[in-house]
Design a protein around this ligand. Structure first.
Ligand SMILES: Nc1nc2c(c(=O)[nH]1)N[C@@H](CN(C=O)c1ccc(C(=O)N[C@@H](CCC(=O)O)C(=O)O)cc1)CN2
Length: 297
């Protein structure tokens, strides 16, 4: 029997687990604050940012949202980041990716104060994570670790294949899987667009993390019997629905679910965890910046 991994449920547990920490901070006079910055007309990015703001409201984090015209000069974004860096009520800053082509993405990541960088994308934070001393683990890979933990997936000595080498998911996921730490110690292969025989790699894997943004790339015949399949893709494909599209993962769910032992659905798998771990990092950031010890789930 295949287990469908319920990301909404695990994310709700993470949010509930943050309540004590938020209460402790508030008792000490601090309301954790998260600023989201959107410089994009992409409807998916708009959806993610508004979901993040709604999550903040639900758990009692002060959400601040800044929207910058996608055509505005890049300096407008950098000025905004500078202001948020200096604002003591803002403990976490997130610039929604992708930013427009005329904005230097690497400069954006460097501009955010590393202590407020709740995405964990600043080079200092990437370095710390790679060294096994993460300040803030990037939200999606961290969320995936929480899902694996919640469903008792053994990573120790497991063969894992990460499909995709993005800075947001593929690279940090690979790093966390190989670390000598709980939920690590996996023998990990990274596949990408130049991989010669993807199916040959995924068929060997106990754990497959698909994060390439190609709808339904990984099919059931590419999986080992009983594998744990984590689908990071949230692709909008045209469909005759109210919204004019449907959400499809990087895994072909129908064929994969008959082979996998455990599998995340899209929607309702990894996406809610990405958002929950952002709240987690924001509470952690508020504790770090105010010297208040907070319990984290
Ligand atoms: N600054 C960042 N930008 C981006 C990140 C990130 O971690 N930091 N990750 C991705 C996408 N992402 C975060 O913004 C994200 C993706 C999906 C979801 C989500 O909740 N998905 C729902 C479905 C939502 C829908 O209806 O469209 C689900 O899967 O159930 C949240 C966040 C890009 N940019």
């Amino acid at each position: 029997m295949t287990t469908i991994i319920d990301g909404n449920e695990v994310a709700a547990d993470v949010r509930a687990g943050l309540a004590d920490g938020i209460e402790t901070l508030k008792a000490e006079g601090t309301t954790p604050g998260l600023a989201t910055v959107l410089m994009s007309d992409d409807p998916a990015s708009e959806t993610y940012v508004s979901m993040k703001q709604r999550d903040c409201e639900e758990v009692g984090i002060n959400g601040i949202h800044v929207e910058i015209d996608a055509d505005a000069p890049a300096e407008e974004l950098f000025d905004t980041v500078d202001e948020l860096n200096a604002d003591p009520e803002v403990h976490g800053i997130l610039v929604q990716m992708p930013v427009p082509d005329h904005v230097d993405k690497r400069r954006v990541l460097r501009a955010i104060d590393p202590v407020k960088d709740v995405d964990g994308f600043h080079p200092e934070n990437v370095g710390r994570m790679v060294a096994g001393n993460a300040r803030y683990k990037p939200c999606t890979p961290h969320g995936i670790q929480k899902l694996l933990e919640a469903y008792d997936v053994e990573t120790e000595g497991a063969d894992a294949v990460v499909v995709g080498r993005s800075d947001i998911v593929g690279k940090p996921m690979t790093n966390l899987l190989i670390q000598k730490a709980p939920l690590g110690n996996a023998t990990t292969t990274v596949c990408h667009s130049r991989t010669k025989d993807l199916a040959a790699k995924t068929r060997e894997a106990d754990i497959v993390v698909a994060a390439v943004g190609v709808p339904e790339l990984v099919t059931g015949d590419m999986l080992k019997d009983g594998a744990t399949v984590v689908d990071v893709g949230v692709n909008r494909v045209d469909a005759d629905t109210d919204k004019g599209y449907e959400l499809v993962g990087d895994v072909e769910f129908e064929s994969a679910k008959d082979v996998a032992g455990r599998i995340t659905p899209v929607p309702g798998g990894v996406g809610p965890m990405t958002r929950a771990m952002l709240l987690y990092n924001t509470v952690k950031a508020a504790g770090v910046q105010t010297d208040v010890a907070v319990d984290l789930p």
